[in-house]
Design a protein around this ligand. Structure first.
Ligand SMILES: [Zn+2]
Length: 359
């Protein structure tokens, strides 16, 4: 090697090292103080605050946030619940999780947003934000010049999703859904990313896992919260537990323990992370919708198995005449069944998870 070539090689090595070093220093989790909205946590501390969503064509809102900034560096994990503000078990679970994460024990940073859709929670309105009538898990990545849901989605994308290495979106059965716990694993086809998210979903511990393949692939039209992270290359999952307006301690425990399990799996907390050994992998969902408006009567319960053609419920008019019989289109496990008697044409009666092979 002559002197010129040696010089070039040294220069390349130096620039590569400098580049790596700079990239590491620029990672959000490596900052001495980690800020989300008004929450500013120093190393080894948990801070709380709010993300201020400014007023626009409609009212301003504040979304509460907690940041646990670990004593040691590591991944940034964002956990969010309450896009649907009446899926109570997931909201309560994330509120409890704030106290359960000890930043002094933590390697990395955990951002916790227990309640995204404050108006839905306060007004007891399922599925939508009553301020603008939009679903707060369909408008991502959001826009700052839109209505309240759009603006909130935009700021969550910028302040909670983009600084994260991983995101877990928490849901459950809404007021009108009797749901058994399950999770979604988003199979993108990008092998390295999918292997990490598969590890997360198994570490979370819910034993029914839906293999999700139909989500948008464009980061600029990601629609769903978890998909906003996934389309930005961040291995992420969605989890569901809780049902029909209840806060069952078993459901809350599943979600709290699952979160801690993922933190151990990602080496953010010390200790072994047990994983689900034999999960039921759901290949696809065969949803059953009502073809009539009236009074719904269920004939099957969440978690039970149904065969193709089996009657899962029926709908009557308001004076006792049966006007629709709801049958499963395929055999599978009932992930949720409608939990209230009122039903309109086109609304969901049940979601049948069709069992597939392990991916
Ligand atoms: Zn939900």
């Amino acid at each position: 090697m002559n002197r010129t070539r040696l010089f070039v090689v040294l220069l390349l090595v130096l620039s590569a090292w400098t580049g790596l070093h700079t990239a590491e220093q620029n990672r959000p989790g490596d900052q001495a103080v980690f800020a989300v909205g008004t929450a500013k946590a120093s190393r080894g501390q948990t801070a709380t605050g709010v993300i201020d969503v400014p007023a626009g064509s409609d009212a301003a809102m504040q979304i509460a946030v907690a940041v646990a900034h670990g004593a040691k560096p590591g991944p940034v994990l964002s956990l969010l619940a309450g896009a649907h503000g009446t899926e109570y078990a997931s909201i309560v679970a994330l509120e409890k999780l704030i106290a359960a994460v000890d930043a002094r024990q933590l390697s990395g940073t955990v951002i916790i947003v227990p309640l995204l859709n404050v108006p839905s929670f306060m007004k007891v309105v399922p599925h939508l934000n009553p301020v603008d009538g939009k679903n707060m898990n369909r408008m991502y990545p959001g826009r700052i010049d839109g209505t309240q849901t759009d603006r909130a989605s935009y700021l969550i994308t910028k302040q909670v999703v983009e600084p994260a290495d991983h995101v877990i979106d928490f849901h459950g059965g809404d007021i009108d859904e009797s749901l058994r716990p399950y999770s979604y694993w988003n199979k993108t086809g990008r092998a390295a990313q999918d292997a990490i998210s598969r590890g997360m979903v198994l570490a979370f511990g819910l034993d029914h896992i839906v293999i999700s393949t139909g989500r948008p692939t464009d980061p600029a039209a990601s629609m769903y919260l978890e998909n906003t992270a996934t389309t930005r290359g961040k291995p992420s999952i969605t989890v569901e537990a809780g049902h029909a307006g209840t806060v069952d301690p078993d459901d809350v425990a599943l979600l709290v323990n699952g979160s801690l399990g993922v933190m151990r799996h990602l080496k953010m907390l010390p200790g072994a992370a047990p994983t689900v050994e034999n999960p039921v992998w759901i290949d696809h969902l065969a949803d059953v919708a009502s073809e009539q408006t009236g009074i719904f009567y269920p004939l099957a319960t969440r978690g039970s198995y149904v065969s193709a053609g089996m009657k899962v419920g029926y709908v009557t008019d308001y004076v006792g005449k049966t006007i629709f019989e709801a049958r499963a289109k395929e055999a599978g496990v009932l992930l949720y069944v409608r939990a209230v008697p009122s039903i309109s044409k086109g609304e969901a009666i049940a979601s049948v998870g069709v069992v597939g092979k392990a991916p």
